[in-house]
Design a protein around this ligand. Structure first.
Ligand code: KG4
Ligand code: ZN
Length: 371
């Protein structure tokens, strides 16, 4: 494959949770844009079927499914990109944070391929992947920016000063926001069979369907008469969602006991929950922008597909005279493009040495990712 001299072709592998993913990107920095890259191919297999009957991700099953699917997925992705392993500059795989067995499958596969193809292996941090993805797709975005990372495992506000320079300003004290969406959907599933794993998208879909204006008839707060708490945290940039989750459970249980579960009840409660969660994320983001000043606002992670949350954050950016950025929907949730891209950027700014001895890191804070 003919490429420019300064192009890096990187294969990325992602297996930190229940997505088995591979991608090939070409990073060709220019004087005006050191972040410029193209996606040559990507494949994402979501293991929904494997975990559906358990109502959540089973780590052992996730690891096995990665092992079974990865060879074919990597082969197909390389074919789709029209390259062979010889064309690669390096191979990157997620080595943390995530489920240890799942991480071991992807990283061991990546290391073995790197060894066989005699290519460098770059261990890559999953959170850094989410933190940098928007630079690939948003042409005018440059650091520094404020990142709101919202996923199933993480909920944090990060000041991204440069590639390899991150300060976490606030994190969740209990559930991640995606986890909270999943748990609320699971509660609804006890009363409504249309709620199945993965639950979060069904909560959003139900919320859109509500026809209630308000249980009290006013709908001034978009909470349909439900009293759902906004979390109070000591650090105004931290998050907490367990109180909100409990309030949803109590409202649901109370209505079920009283026989008040009308067809519109769950959609209205879903909408109230989603609105309250979005307002909480928006308020914490405002608090962070007060600290950082008006820098671009980026949202990423699986929850960033949620339209109510996107709309609330767009408004925050506009109200604070700054710009709003988010990866396209297919790059919000776990994918391997972000892994290949992160390895490419790190290698561009500080040449990385191959690390076949790298360990898997179930916990791996962003602050450690200095270059
Ligand atoms: O980034 P991601 O794919 O994996 C992690 O790194 O955790 O995020 C997955 C999370 C899931 O927990 C799910 O709850 C959430 O993204 N999610 C959503 C929606 N679709 C997926 N949350 C809110 N609304 C959605 N439509
Ligand atoms: Zn993720």
């Amino acid at each position: 494959m003919a490429t420019q001299e300064n192009t890096q072709i990187i294969l990325g592998i992602e297996t930190s949770c229940d997505e088995t993913a591979a991608a090939v990107i070409a990073h060709t920095p220019t004087a005006s844009n050191p972040y410029a890259a193209k996606i040559l191919a990507q494949t994402v297999y979501s293991q929904f079927d494997e975990h559906e009957c358990y109502g959540g991700v089973v780590p052992e099953i996730a690891a096995r499914a990665h092992a079974e699917r990865l060879p074919a997925i990597v082969k197909k992705t390389l074919q789709d990109a029209n390259i062979t392993p010889t064309d690669l500059t390096a191979i990157a795989a997620t080595t943390g944070p995530g489920l240890v067995g799942a991480l071991l499958m992807g990283s061991t596969f990546g290391k073995t391929l790197a060894l066989a193809a005699q290519k460098p292996f770059i261990p890559t941090n999953h959170i850094e992947g989410h933190a940098l993805t928007a630079l690939l797709t948003e042409n005018n975005l440059r650091p520094p920016y404020l990142l709101l990372l919202v996923s199933g495992g993480h909920c944090q506000l990060v000041h991204v000063k440069a590639v390899g320079s991150y300060t976490t300003l606030g994190s969740t004290l209990d559930d991640a926001i995606g986890e909270c969406f999943d748990k609320v959907g699971k509660m609804f599933s006890k009363h409504d069979a249309t709620f199945t794993h993965p639950y979060a998208p069904k909560v959003e879909a139900a919320a859109v369907k509500t026809t209630l204006t308000d249980l009290s008839g006013t709908n001034t707060e978009n909470t349909y008469g439900f009293k759902l708490p906004q979390p109070k945290t000591e650090n105004p940039l931290d998050f907490s969602f367990s109180g909100l989750k409990t309030a949803v459970r109590q409202a649901l249980d109370k209505a079920a006991q009283k026989g008040d579960l009308t067809p519109d009840f769950i959609p209205a409660l879903a909408a109230a929950f989603q609105h309250t969660a979005a307002q909480s994320l928006a308020q914490k983001t405002i608090n962070a922008l007060k600290q950082t000043g008006a820098i671009p606002l980026v949202v990423s992670g699986g929850v960033a597909v949620n339209q109510t949350i996107r709309t609330a954050l767009k408004k925050v950016a506009a109200d604070h005279q700054t710009t709003f950025h988010a990866p396209p929907l297919n790059l919000c949730a776990d994918n391997a493009v972000m892994i290949a891209y992160t390895a490419a950027l790190r290698n561009h700014f500080t040449p990385q040495t191959s690390n076949l001895a790298s360990k898997t890191r179930p916990r791996w804070p962003l602050e450690e990712m200095t270059l």
